[in-house]
Design a binder for this molecule. Structure first.
Ligand code: ZN
Length: 252
């Protein structure tokens, strides 16, 4: 598939990061201001290649998917992929069932982001992995009234086993956080990478991704490799290393 995917999270008003999605300073770096996001969409519109599928994806299931994100996408005739953490449905700052159903009815794609957003998905035992995918897709299917076969990996902690469990749970398309446009297939499940956007990244970044420009994609791939090393180190060091790398990414 000739496709390219961009990963967003929440869109909030003037830095009010508590309004949507997971609380705290870590998640806040992924929350864009509405004006910032509007500039991104305009830049993507100008840059995107007509012959290539572009997936605009939004992780976690924060309530900003419902407003303002969905409406802003619809102004361009676009639809989003919204990945919902199902244990958080209806909690403050998160989508409720009614909003999820309406987004689906408006043509947006509703997918799973696991039930509980495990901290290290790839390290979960097989049964737990399977339950995270199965129970979350079943819960969403009950809400939207049809099967849910799309998902994204929480925290970007991907391994082949994570995809094998997803395939076993009936998921046909799994988005990771690996900055690549290459798709691969694991046990019949299509695995697609994504380019990450966080607050403070200028619109030239998503525009560069959408245009398929190599510069910004390679820079993100290099950062991803550094991050991969940090992950291998594991332990409590990792979140700090990640924060430092992400800061570097946003300055770059
Ligand atoms: Zn997430």
């Amino acid at each position: 598939m000739d496709a390219l995917s961009i990963m967003y999270h929440d869109v909030v008003e003037r830095g009010d990061s508590s309004a949507s999605g997971f609380p705290g300073g870590g998640p806040a770096i992924y929350k864009l201001d509405r004006e910032e996001f509007a500039r991104h969409l305009e830049a993507i519109r100008a840059a995107r290649r007509p012959n290539r599928e572009l997936f605009l994806t939004f992780d976690d299931g924060g309530v900003s998917a419902y407003a303002p994100v969905a409406g802003m996408l619809e102004q361009y005739g676009w639809r989003g992929h919204f990945f919902v953490t199902t244990d958080w449905i209806g909690r403050p700052g998160f989508l409720n069932a009614e909003q999820i159903r309406e987004l689906d009815g408006r043509g947006h794609v509703i997918g799973s982001h696991s039930c509980s957003h495990p901290e290290r998905m790839a390290r979960e035992p097989w049964e737990r992995l399977l339950a995270e995918w199965k129970q979350s897709t079943e819960r969403l299917a009950a809400i939207v009234g049809h099967s849910v076969r799309v998902a994204s990996v929480p925290g970007g902690f991907y391994s082949r086993r994570v995809a094998e469990a997803a395939a076993e749970a009936g998921i046909e398309m799994l988005f990771t956080s690996e900055p690549t446009a290459r798709a691969r297939t694991v046990s019949g499940c299509q695995v697609l990478g994504r380019y990450t956007v966080q607050r403070g990244m200028g619109p030239e970044w998503p525009a560069g991704f959408a245009a398929g420009k190599l510069g910004p994609r390679l820079r993100q791939a290099l950062l991803w490799k550094a991050k991969g090393l940090a992950k291998a180190v594991g332990g409590p060091l990792y979140p700090r290393v990640r924060a430092a790398i992400l800061r570097k990414a946003s300055n770059g």
